[in-house]
Design a protein around this ligand. Structure first.
Ligand SMILES: O=c1ccn([C@H]2C[C@H](O)[C@@H](CO)O2)c(=O)[nH]1
Ligand SMILES: [Zn+2]
Length: 139
């Protein structure tokens, strides 16, 4: 992916931190999900007083896209930190990795973990979900 697109995804993910609803953990996460046609779906984490209904930023972005009929995913950028302070990489939780397995090609889907535009790492889904279980296993 071109550097300019990586930077746009990082900026977009950081912008979402302001929408993050986290009265319980104060851990704010933002996501920017890029489709193959170049559209970006955004997401933030949304917590709940009953805790388990909490939705991660990544799944918010995926479900927004899928609910609009869009499933041609290319990459996702994730940023996060306590009180919204970005000091370390925030990697997707296991549930979000499983949702990615449902809709993305593990060999090509790119996961960008970022702190800022100068500090980021890019992984494939396969690297973060080795031996994952997905739709092809049911064929
Ligand atoms: O990759 C991650 C990891 C955690 N969270 C959220 C869930 C919860 O609101 C808070 C603390 O786990 O961070 C995400 O949105 N994405
Ligand atoms: Zn998650």
């Amino acid at each position: 992916m071109e550097q300019v697109m990586v930077e746009k995804l990082i900026d977009t993910a950081i912008e979402q931190l302001k929408f993050s609803y986290t009265p319980y953990s104060n851990f704010k996460v933002g996501a920017a999900l890029l489709t193959k046609s170049g559209k970006i779906y955004t997401g933030c984490n949304i917590e709940n007083a009953s805790y388990t209904p909490t939705n991660c930023a990544e799944r918010t972005a995926f479900f927004k896209a899928v609910s609009e009929g869009v499933r041609d995913f290319q990459a996702i950028c994730i940023v996060g930190g306590k009180d919204g302070k970005l000091t370390e990489y925030t990697a997707p939780c296991g549930v979000c990795r499983q949702v990615m397995m449902e809709f993305c090609n593990p060999k090509t889907f790119q996961i960008i973990l970022a702190v800022d535009k100068e500090r980021y790492e890019i992984y494939t889904l396969e690297e973060l979900m080795p031996l994952g279980f997905g739709p092809l296993n049911l064929v």
